[in-house]
Write a protein that binds this ligand. Sequence first.
Ligand SMILES: Nc1ncnc2c1ncn2[C@@H]1O[C@H](COP(=O)(O)OP(=O)(O)OP(=O)(O)O)[C@@H](O)[C@H]1O
Ligand SMILES: [Mg+2]
Length: 155
Amino acid sequence: MEGVFESESEEQTLAFGRRLGSLLVRGDVVGIRGELGAGKSVVVRGICEGLGIRQRTRSPSFTFVNRYGGPVDVYHVDLYRVAETADLATLGWEDAVYSDAVTLIEWAEKLGALMPQASIRIDIDVTGEESRRIRLSSPGKNHEDIVRKVLCDRG
Ligand SMILES: Nc1ncnc2c1ncn2[C@@H]1O[C@H](COP(=O)(O)OP(=O)(O)OP(=O)(O)O)[C@@H](O)[C@H]1O
Ligand SMILES: [Mg+2]
């Protein structure tokens, strides 16, 4: 199942993230793809707000993985600086993905086939200075509902 959300502002992207975050449960993994400055970190911020995380989200740089405590803990993984697959071995992303927290992965494409099958996928295309096409999809049947709700219930 795939759906498209056209965002016209950072605030709309944040709101999209909040809606998604409010629907996620323990163990969910969200892979986020898009070029530099597309808005991956904005989506992460929104999702964390939707999950009730009060801590400020900061893109992990030296650590690759940040953990935020909340009603459900969140792992924030950013693989931007991963140059080759071998680098992935020592980052600790597996502990995140196979935990009972929610895991949000920026530059998820760097995981390639290591990305869990049952994850939620977000692709962000830059369509203008402040406009973004956000595609939300999930191959897993248990996430179809989430995709539908995020894209249809625009409260
Ligand atoms: N509709 C929009 N949605 C999201 N961000 C937007 C939008 N319009 C403009 N922006 C701006 O685009 C930038 C997105 O930055 P952000 O750090 O989220 O990108 P990123 O994809 O995480 O980049 P990086 O690959 O460097 O981590 C912000 O400066 C934000 O204000
Ligand atoms: Mg980012």
